[in-house]
Structures are given as C-alpha cells and as structure tokens.
Ligand binder design. Structure first.
Ligand code: KIV
Length: 286
C-alpha cells in the first residue's frame, strides 16, 4: 500500500501484477479507521447500510443524504484507502443530468474518490457522462440489490446462455464507457472468471468465486455483527455480536454489583473544596 491515498491507477496496476484486491464496506469513522490501519486498499460505503445499519429489509429506502452522511464519516476515518460511495436507488436512473449532479455531490460533499452504480447497458449513458466529467465509476453486475423485487430475491445471475451473454456484453460495455472496475455479485464462478479474463479493468467479486481480481464483503457480515442472516458467500472472521452481547452482560453485572466504576475510572478533587462548597450550601450562601 502506498503512503498516499490509493488511486484507480494503483488498482489497475494490482490487476496487471496479478495482486488480489481486498475490499470491505464501512459506514462510519471508527470502522473506516480500523480498515485503513489494516491496509485495506479500497473501502465501499455501500447502500447495504440500509440493511445492516438501518435495519431495512432491502437497500431501496436509503437516501442520497444518508449516503453522503456516512461517506463523510468514512472519509474522515480512512486516509489511505480509495473510497467509493454507492449511489442509492433512483439517484442515477431518472436522467443523465441528475446522475451527474448526484455523483458530483458524492465527491464534493462526501469527499470520496469514486462512485458505484448498479446495472449494465441501461446505465451506460450515465457512466459515460460521469467519467467524461472526471468522476471515476465502478460498475455492479449480476445480482444488483436495488432490483431485488425484479429478480424476486437474491438469486444467482448468468446461468443461462442468454443471461451469461448479457452479463459478458454488459461488462465489456461498462469497460468501454470508462468504468474503472466492476463488482460482480452472485455470478457463477466460471462466468466471473471468463469476465475477469476478458476485462482490462479489475473485477471485484462477492459470491462470484475466487478468480475475480478482488473480493468485496460487507463489514457486518464478515465480522459477525449482522445476525438476521448469513449470506452463503460470507466467511465469518469474528463473531462480534456474540462477544458484544457477552461484554454488555458483564458490564450490566458489574454496574449492578458495584464492581464498576472504580477509582481508576473516577475523578478526584481537593476534599477542602468540597467541604467548603457543602458548608456554603448548608449555610444558605449563594
Ligand atoms: O452495498 C453494498 O455493500 C454493495 C456490495 C455488497 C458490493 O453493493
């Protein structure tokens, strides 16, 4: 990892060298600081925060203002990772002009270096416009969560000849339009491998096998904070929810039986000062 902030060119060089690109999501200052210290080269402020932070069933209710709020917090925490802000539902589909205005807000007000948007050839005009105006764009193909109702659930994409052909063509078209990288979500591993071979830009997989140029995972999934369900593509590296629950119970117990706080966690004062204050109160002085 360079001492300065990672750029899209660094990611291209990583692909050229065959160096894998590990990506994680983050939604706040503290977790971004931790990932940055660990050396994660790219952080995605994903609209998955709608589910793992806000508790919605899908990513659809997340607003642009909420994404900007979380992006600013992550940018304050991570000084070296390239930070990608996820454009929420209906902030880039209505018109190319609106996509440009909203993407610009991510860079100007959010402070991130790139944006991500979902879809293939239908979003090409928006991708091209953003890139033309100096905004790096990450594509997102396969299962695209903002279309969950269209898909009818989190369903693997690209298993038929037609669907695989569509995905391959969409990927090549996104590259042609100037996308700097593409997330492949729930794409069968052999198809993701083929897409990765054919593209010059890095593919970042999630549930798309080991042959993508990089992998992205949701912070709350890999560290065991989100317990509503565990996606098949997730490996849990920690079980934070259980550890936090146990710690909260210990805290509760220690407060109840007077083990916390102790002198170590308290502030002292000159007893004479307190004595004088009490004397004044008891003597009725103002
Ligand atoms: O919102 C998100 O976190 C994402 C990743 C799962 C790729 O889009």
């Amino acid at each position: 990892m360079p001492e300065r902030r990672v750029t899209i060119r660094d990611l291209w060089r990583m692909k050229e060298r065959g160096e894998k690109i590990p990506v994680l999501t983050a939604y706040d200052y503290t977790s971004a600081q931790i990932l940055d210290a660990a050396g994660i080269p790219m952080i995605l402020v994903g609209d998955s925060l709608g589910m793992v932070v806000q508790g919605y069933e899908t990513t659809l209710p997340v607003t642009l203002e909420e994404m900007l709020y979380h992006t600013r917090a992550v940018v304050r925490g991570a000084k070296r990772a390239l930070i990608v802000g996820d454009m929420p539902f209906m902030t880039y589909q209505v018109s190319v002009e609106q996509a440009l205005q909203n993407a610009a807000r991510f860079l100007q007000e959010g402070g991130c270096q790139a944006v991500k948007l979902e879809g293939g050839r239908r979003v090409l005009p928006a991708v091209a416009k953003l890139v033309e105006n100096g905004i790096p764009v990450m594509g997102h193909l396969g299962f695209t969560p903002q279309s969950v109702h269209q898909f009818g659930g989190q369903i693997v994409q690209g298993r038929t000849v037609e669907a695989a052909e569509t995905l391959l063509r969409d990927a090549l078209a996104l590259e042609e339009a100037g996308a700097f990288s593409i997330v492949l979500e729930c794409v069968p591993a052999p198809l993701a491998a083929e897409m990765t071979r054919r593209l010059r830009i890095p593919t970042i997989g999630i549930g798309s096998g080991p042959h993508c140029d990089g992998q992205v995972q949701v912070f709350h999934d890999v560290f065991g904070l989100y317990t509503d369900f565990v996606p098949k593509h997730t490996k849990r590296y920690l079980h934070l929810a259980e550890q936090l629950r146990a710690a909260a119970q210990q805290y509760m117990e220690e407060v109840r039986c007077g083990l916390f706080p102790t002198e170590e966690h308290s502030f002292s004062m000159d007893p004479a000062v307190l004595e004088e204050a009490v004397r004044r109160v008891e003597g009725g002085k103002d």
